[in-house]
Design a protein around this ligand. Structure first.
Ligand code: F6P
Length: 527
């Protein structure tokens, strides 16, 4: 089936959603009749999903599973793991999960060899066998990349900073704004810094401009271009462009067409992670993701965490017109998780034509947003509790603190108490006050995900969970989760506008708004 709206289950769900929209419906009342938690929660190893605080009954879940069956979700999951070319507009497979198969069992020789190359590089840097141009040990790594070549490694390096081997400190430069590279290199010693140019295409404007600026900085600091070979490595599918830039062959790491940028932290794109936490921990990250892959591949739909989470979002976007959902990690080290997920989720699901190149017939990707709790409680939670928008929330809690001591444990307990109290308040509300402005409507759905501690294995599992949830939604909506044609137009127009800004005469005719803005910028920059 192509359009989910033509399924029998969609029709049934249209009827079922009316119960939850009725003015007398109270989410809290659903908890009075049965042990909702045991029915609506799933564990996988150290990860627990409680989805009982959602607009669901047994019948709702049965019908959502029915929708998944009509949309042939199991076949689609099998197709992904079998390496079929599920990225149909680019005629490519999506093999991110293959990157996570343990080397001893992995029949993909390119992946195994890449991991070995990463291992040798990390060992050589950490041991001091490979040093900077003056012979000093490398202490800092600057990753220059954007989108999938930045967000995943940056997020994971921060999340796992307590696992750092303290050999090399990772830094990330993504924005073409000169302030980004400028403020990173300002604190660095060129003799002990290596630049990683991470770009699948090696022609992304921001990355290439920053790479050249970094090269110029190094040459100006060292006084000679001879140091480039020792201080630049690249991860790319475009080895010709990387060589032309000056990257030596032994400093070139592979990327593959079958690996989407936003799914690539498991490959050499994860080199900053491996340099930061060591290869053993990097392999643990892969192992955790692999374990979630096995859960997703082999668990029945009803007990399958990514499937249930994906179906819940389909339910809210399709039948309650939810335009966004928030992800709130109660963990400071996971503060970059929402930013990382935004690319994964919205570049994958922001589509309006289906796999037959026809307009979709249902809502597709909603906006994913969020920030770390408890801070978020003091910024946007007012709107979640008393605003008019309908915004389901994923709470992500980490049980054990990342630091030792009684005081840390006590603050961790405050953190977790806040995490649970927010989902309770959203669900239950409070009608006690006679003042309308003090009332909490409640009836706001949420998931709670708990992991026992933040370590590489659990983090790998958590990230893979969201990758697979994203895939589930794409299958139900019949869209391609692995292309991103929507980013092209802005890139082309920015070339035209750059020309208009930098050349005194331009052939392009712009609308009056764009033309006037170009003129205004030109006048300020004194052209
Ligand atoms: O923004 C579009 C995009 O192509 C992303 O999908 C990708 O992660 C990013 O740009 C960077 O691309 P590259 O790794 O080729 O520089």
């Amino acid at each position: 089936m192509t359009n989910p709206t033509e399924s029998n289950a969609w029709n049934d769900l249209l009827h079922l959603c009316a119960d939850f929209k009725h003015e007398d419906f109270r989410l809290a009342q659903l908890f009075e009749h049965n042990d909702r938690f045991s029915e609506f929660s799933i564990s996988h190893e150290n990860l627990l999903l409680d989805y009982s605080k959602n607009f669901v009954t047994t019948e709702t879940i049965d019908t959502l599973i029915g929708l998944a069956q009509e949309m042939e979700l199991t076949d689609a999951i099998n197709a992904m793991f079998a390496g079929e070319k599920i990225n149909t507009t680019e005629n490519r497979a999506a093999l991110h999960s293959t990157c996570r198969i343990p080397e001893a069992e992995n029949s993909n020789a390119e992946i195994v060899s890449c991991l070995q190359q990463m291992d040798s590089f990390v060992t050589a840097i950490h041991s001091g066998e490979r040093n900077g141009y003056s012979g000093s040990k490398i202490t800092d790594i600057v990753n220059i990349g954007i989108g999938g070549s930045d967000l995943g490694p940056a997020f994971v390096c921060e999340a796992l900073s307590s696992f750092s081997t303290n050999d090399t400190k990772p830094h990330f430069v993504s924005n073409v704004d000169p302030a980004d590279l400028g403020q990173v290199v300002a604190g660095l010693d060129p003799t002990t810094t290596i630049f990683i140019i991470a770009s699948k295409s090696f022609n992304t404007l921001e990355t290439i401009q920053n790479a050249h600026a970094a090269k110029n900085w190094l040459i100006s600091q060292s006084g000679s271009p001879d140091c480039i070979g020792d201080h630049f490595v690249a991860i790319t599918t475009n080895s010709a462009a990387a060589s032309e830039f000056g990257i030596q062959e032994q400093n070139l790491f592979p990327m593959w067409e079958w690996l989407g940028g936003r799914y690539s932290l498991w490959s050499a794109i994860g080199l900053p992670i491996a340099l930061s936490i060591g290869m053993n921990n990097f392999r643990q990250l892969l192992a955790g993701a692999h374990s979630m892959d096995k859960h997703f591949h082999s668990t029945e739909l009803r007990k399958n965490i990514p499937v249930i989470m994906g179906l819940l979002t389909v339910w809210y976007t399709g039948f309650f017109n939810a335009h966004s959902h928030a992800v709130v990690p109660y963990s400071q080290k996971l503060q970059q998780f929402p930013a990382y997920l935004q690319q994964l989720y919205m570049e994958s699901l922001g589509k309006s034509v289906n796999k037959n190149d026809q307009p979709v017939t249902s809502n597709t990707g909603d906006v994913l947003w969020g920030a770390a709790g408890t801070n978020a409680q003091h910024s946007f939670f007012q709107l979640l509790h008393q605003g008019t928008a309908f915004i389901p929330v994923d709470f992500v809690g980490v049980i054990k603190p990342t630091s030792d001591g009684n005081d840390a444990m006590r603050r961790q307990q405050y953190l977790l108490a806040n995490c649970l109290s927010q989902s309770l308040a959203l669900m239950q509300g409070n009608n006690d006050s006679s003042d309308q402005h003090k009332k909490f409507q409640g009836n706001k759905p949420s998931n709670t995900l708990l992991i026992d501690k933040l370590n590489p294995y659990n983090l790998g599992s958590l990230i893979a969970l969201y990758e697979h949830k994203t895939y589930v939604q794409s299958v139900i909506w019949s869209i391609n989760a692995f292309d991103q044609w929507g980013v092209q137009l802005g890139k082309v127009l920015s070339d035209d506008i750059f020309k208009a800004l930098t050349e005194s005469s331009s052939d392009n005719e712009f609308d009056s708004s764009t033309a006037s803005l170009i003129k205004q910028i030109g006048e300020f920059l004194n052209y």
